[in-house]
Design a protein around this ligand. Structure first.
Ligand SMILES: [Zn+2]
Ligand SMILES: [Zn+2]
Length: 392
């Protein structure tokens, strides 16, 4: 880490503490940020990883009283109004002579901070009204979208239904308040990093920090684990809400409920809830768009002679007239007995007639059927017979 980094970075803001914070407060604040942003708890979240690294870096400096003093001095020097006047060339004749290059310990020959480089450095410090060195607080953040799946009964999907929906999301354990230790015990300072959460390697004027492997950067280790969260500090929290599924919702449909996802942070809006709908099949009815379908077995005699059929609908029953001479597979339509749409119009119930062939006949029935066969013309399949003759 270079001195330039120190000027540009507000380690206090990174940890969310005041400049006057005690060493203990800084340690606590660091642990909190490290725990919340730890890569293990935020897999695949680059922002959390960045925050975790920034917190490690900040803590690395602020946890060491000597380094913290150096850091504070450098920041106050650069952030002071006196320095600004000098830097902008206005100057005060009586002001202290100011040799910037001294600050970096590199003498006049330090090329990193020579010439135009200073201009850049100053503008980044003094622009945006941040002369005090406080980083801008992070703005409101929208809550995350949540996806879930729900299985509806066939009739509920057709008619519409309101159901309680239980969502699960990770949250802080209430028993140990997130520190993972059994109530009445405390996490112990990590023996490897001595509570810093980071291990540091120095190389010239730079130092590299990495999260401590022993404590995963938290700075403490838990000996007696919280029985609720088993030491993780996190639990799965459940949230229940009533969700209205509109009439006619279909299998495979995704419903968006604006603002019903995870709550926003710092006054930001909540995310959305997306519900993937599965509709359980009904034992009788099928569905094609807004039409319901039903297959009704009829006898050969019913199809030939015609009959009135009493068939169920989703709400009640209807009588359907089967005209004499109705072929197998014919679809009859019961208007308005399908799915009611949003505009109040409804689909139809489509009834498919299935002429069933009896597997067994009584002697009387066989005799009657043979007699029937003698008195009816053969099936109309001359066109097939012609083809058979030609190909054989
Ligand atoms: Zn716990
Ligand atoms: Zn450690």
């Amino acid at each position: 880490m270079s001195s330039k980094d120190w000027i540009e970075k507000d380690f206090y803001a990174v940890l969310g503490v005041d400049k006057a914070a005690s060493a203990d407060d800084i340690k606590k604040a660091y642990r909190k940020v490290a725990r919340e942003s730890h890569p293990d708890h935020n897999p695949g979240d680059p922002k959390a990883e960045e925050r975790f690294k920034a917190a490690s870096e900040a803590y690395n400096v602020l946890s060491d009283s000597g380094r913290r003093r150096e850091y504070d001095e450098m920041r106050s020097l650069f952030g002071s109004g006196a320095f600004r006047r000098n830097a902008r060339g206005g100057g005060q004749p009586g002001g202290m002579p100011f040799d910037v290059s001294d600050m970096f310990g590199g003498g006049g020959g330090d090329r990193r901070f020579g010439g135009a480089g200073f201009q850049d450095l100053f503008s980044s410090i003094f622009s945006g009204g941040q002369a005090g060195g406080q980083a801008a607080p992070r703005g409101p953040a929208r809550g995350r979208d949540v996806e879930t799946e729900v299985a509806l009964d066939f009739g509920d999907a057709v008619r519409g239904v309101t159901l309680p929906l239980t969502l699960r999301a990770p949250g802080v354990c209430d028993t140990c308040h997130g520190n993972g230790a059994k109530p009445g015990t405390q996490p112990r300072t990590c023996p490897v990093c001595h509570g810093a959460g980071v291990t540091t390697r120095n190389q010239g004027s730079f130092s590299f920090s990495e999260p401590c492997r022993n404590c995963q950067g938290v700075g403490t280790v838990v000996e007696e684990k919280c029985p609720e969260c088993h030491g993780s500090g996190g639990v799965t929290k459940t949230r229940t809400m009533n969700v209205r599924f509109p009439a006619g919702v279909a299998d495979g449909q995704r419903i968006r409920l604006t603002g019903r996802g995870e709550p926003g942070e710092r006054g930001g809006p909540a995310g959305d809830l997306f519900v993937h709908v599965k509709v359980r099949p009904d034992e009788l009815f099928g569905r094609t768009g807004d039409d319901l379908t039903l297959t009704v077995p009829v006898t050969f005699a019913e199809a030939v002679l015609g009959t009135d059929l009493r068939v169920p609908t989703l709400d009640g029953a209807v009588t359907l007239r089967v005209p004499p001479g109705t072929p197998s597979g014919r679809v009859l339509r019961a208007r308005g007995k399908g799915v009611v749409r949003r505009d109040g119009q409804a689909g139809d119930l489509l009834v498919t007639l299935d002429v069933v062939v009896p597997a067994r006949l009584s002697d009387e029935a066989r005799t009657a059927l043979e007699s029937f066969a003698e008195q009816t013309p053969p099936a109309a399949r001359e066109h097939l017979d012609a083809r058979v003759r030609r190909v054989s």
